[in-house]
Design a binder for this molecule. Structure first.
Ligand SMILES: *[C@@H]1O[C@H](CO)[C@@H](O)[C@H](O)[C@H]1NC(C)=O
Ligand SMILES: *[C@@H]1O[C@H](CO)[C@@H](O)[C@H](O)[C@H]1NC(C)=O
Length: 421
């Protein structure tokens, strides 16, 4: 009985020591940036001279309305929210950026911008005032003014939301091991127990507590524990609406990608995808209608946020044309299926233990290997080899390939391997 506790304590102590050590090292390794706050030139678009973008294939191309063609947009701010299939979208952005040789604003050292701290542009690898970046897409706690000063004025802002009840469930399971508030919950189903009486277990000041309530609102930079009925909530939602050109929804992922492709004037190939970072079926518990209600009520701010953007989403679909949307979604699904049969060994995702190449191993949550991955087919025609590999490359490996410096993440993963976490 005592043994697991002992090893957990050992792990905790080691983890704490290591984190402090790394933070210390980091603060020495990276001198704080001295930037005068006044007169920081906002860079003009750095895209035009970088890659002579070939005009999109003349109007017979799949998506765009007949007749007129547009130039692909190259400057994108993707606000990566938690537990919303955003890793799948990241893969799309990575591929597009690579194809057009765009400049990514990557974090320095880890795969996020020191979340849950607010984003600051000095956290960007190779940042200097006036230097231009095309795409930013790693996890951050959104800080509009800072992002605005980093990217060209014509940047398109996009993000993705998910029904907050399911998001909560996913977050609860995924981050549970790093939220001390949940450790003391007993019983068969911790989530059940927590939702029975959230106030009893929740403390907004607890370590990592933000993962437990209104995580979306938190990620967008707002106070996630404010009164859900405050008029400020509505104001903040309006603000998000003003700042983001497209708010996608996980529940309508393919429709979202069709809208994204249309907004950015990209090609169909650019938005093809495989589901990355999916959770093993056995661990995806289904919320009962009652738990769904409780989870929604507990995350009421996010529920309001979601309701608002669900409405704007369908207005956009309406404007796009329902039939046209149905056609384009069908085509996207057809092409995705085709790619699945071309690229994926066995045609579906597999358990971490069944992944042969280490470069295809996805990042796992602490303490369990519940995230699925893929094996590339042995024989892939030359024409598809590159695209297949890119579409299947997990986030951390892709970040490395694109030149992001991830030494903290890597050290951490090494320690975890060593402790068999
Ligand atoms: C484009 O579409 C038109 C009719 O829709 C067709 O006549 C033409 O051959 C197509 N062009 C190409 C390059 O596919
Ligand atoms: C989102 O909007 C659609 C269309 O109006 C509706 O059918 C659906 O129930 C809404 N979803 C949520 C979770 O509110």
């Amino acid at each position: 009985h005592g043994k697991p506790w002992r090893s957990m304590c050992k792990g905790l102590v080691l983890g704490t020591l290591l984190t402090s050590f790394m933070l210390l090292l980091y603060s020495y390794a990276v001198p704080p940036l001295q930037v005068s706050v006044t007169e920081i030139p906002i860079p003009f678009s750095c895209s035009s001279h970088l890659s002579p973008v070939q005009a999109p294939s003349p109007s017979n191309g799949t998506g765009s309305a007949s007749g007129w063609s547009c130039r692909p947009k190259l400057n994108v701010m993707f606000m990566k929210t938690h537990k919303t299939a955003s890793s799948t979208i990241l893969n799309i952005l990575f591929r597009f950026g690579e194809k057009h040789r765009l400049k990514f604003a990557f974090p320095n050292g880890r795969n996020d911008f020191y979340y849950p701290s607010f984003f600051e542009r000095s956290q960007v690898q190779h940042y200097r005032p006036g230097v231009c970046f095309n795409i930013i897409c790693n996890h951050m706690r959104f800080h509009y003014e800072e992002v605005r000063k980093l990217l060209p004025p014509d940047t398109t802002f996009v993000t993705v939301l998910r029904d907050p009840a399911y998001l909560f469930e996913s977050s609860f399971h995924y981050f549970g091991p790093v939220i001390p508030l949940t450790w003391k919950i007993t019983g068969e189903d911790k989530l059940d127990e927590f939702l029975r009486d959230p106030q009893h277990y929740y403390d907004p000041n607890g370590f990592n507590a933000h993962y437990l309530q209104n995580l979306l609102f938190f990620d967008f930079g707002y106070d996630s524990s404010m009164d859900a009925n405050s008029p400020l909530v509505e104001e903040h939602i309006q603000e998000i609406d003003r700042r983001f050109h497209l708010v996608m929804l996980l529940e309508y992922f393919d429709e979202s990608l069709v809208l994204l492709k249309d907004l950015l004037c990209w090609q169909l190939e650019d938005v093809l995808y495989f589901k990355l970072n999916a959770r093993k079926g056995s661990t995806v518990s289904r919320l009962t209608p009652e738990l769904y209600e409780q989870a929604t009520a507990w995350n009421l701010i996010d529920a309001k946020l979601y309701r608002y953007f669900n409405a704007t989403f369908w207005r956009k679909v309406e404007a796009y044309g329902r039939e046209r949307m149905a056609r384009d979604v069908a085509e996207l699904q057809r092409e995705n299926k085709k790619m699945t049969s071309i690229c994926i060994d066995g045609g579906h995702a597999v358990d971490a233990s069944a992944i042969q190449e280490s470069s295809m191993q996805p990042w796992q949550p602490l303490g369990e290997k519940t995230i699925l991955g893929y094996n590339l087919k042995k024989k892939i025609s030359k024409k598809h080899q590159k695209l297949c590999r890119k579409m299947l490359t997990p986030e951390i490996q892709y970040l490395t390939d694109l030149g992001a410096n991830l030494w903290i993440t890597k050290l951490w993963s090494y320690v975890r391997d060593f402790l068999k976490w």
